[in-house]
Design a protein around this ligand. Sequence first.
Ligand code: AQP
Length: 321
Amino acid sequence: MTRLSGITPSGHVQLGNYLGAVRRWAAEREPADLFFVSDLHAMTTPHRPQRLRALTREQFAVLLAAGIDPDSLFVQSDLAGELGALNWILECTCGFGEAARMTQFKDRGAGQHSVRVGLLTYPVLMAADILLQGATEVPVGSDQDQHVELARTLARRFNAAFGEVFAVPRAVVPKTAARIRDLSDPGRKMEKSTLQSPGVVFVLDEPDVIRRKFRRAVTDGLDDVRYEPDTRPGGANLLEILAACNDISPYAAASAAGTYAELKEVVAEAVIEQLRPVRERARELLDDPAELDRVRSRGAKRARDRAQPRLQAALRVTGLR
Ligand code: AQP
């Protein structure tokens, strides 16, 4: 079993990415698990090259700092050649209607006067990510289920037409992890691409910035702290964050809480302590570009070595070699 998980450098890594995904990836890692920074996926909407480069580097450093094994980690564009080749083969295996049906394409493209073709075809690139690494399981939220289903369909169709080259992957539901919401707008989830939101806590934020963000968190205007996610989403979010940091239930977090003002202080300190080692280690790595490059090259080489036999087989059976 090989599991593949990725993170897109569309913004700085935020608390939700960390508590909901990265921390778990590091803690529950099986030897064959693979992780990557999906910088090619960050180009489906308008982007700035320098920012993309910096964010890719930062995410790579944060993943390492969080304890992801360097040998299991790579940057997607370091395999641009291999992925580009397989992407084309898979685009020629995929129907236009199949790609256009993806709900994320419809949602993200809706109302835009100009949409990049990459937004339409990125699920095919995602299939290339998965099939090239021989991943058999892809832990994804419900919004990505459809994309893994497409990868599954393309693998099966390719194998049936040309011969068994690819493992057929399946989506697996990640073990329940906290779904962290924006502190200033608890109706929406915390997202790294949100611009200038005081309600998004970043993993590399300094402690004082984190304290300030929590102090301004929107709660429910009531005095007593209770865990009621449906009617009191702001307070529930704080309790879920505290629960995730201290490995307790949100109900236990609520019963130990005093007022909301006190709760905000307690949650801020718990988050600061949770993120401190990651922030410090990531800063060290970012201050040593040569070491970071060395780790990145080694990860890229391993990923390419895993990819090449499958790519060569795909080129051969489709008549390209
Ligand atoms: N708020 C969240 N709470 C818990 N988990 C979260 N994840 C994202 N937001 C939260 C998880 O982080 C992993 C990496 O995310 P991604 O880069 O693949 O894309 P995403 O889910 O779209 O993350 P963002 O932060 O919301 O980015 P943008 O703003 O670009 O859309 C995934 O496992 C995801 O579930």
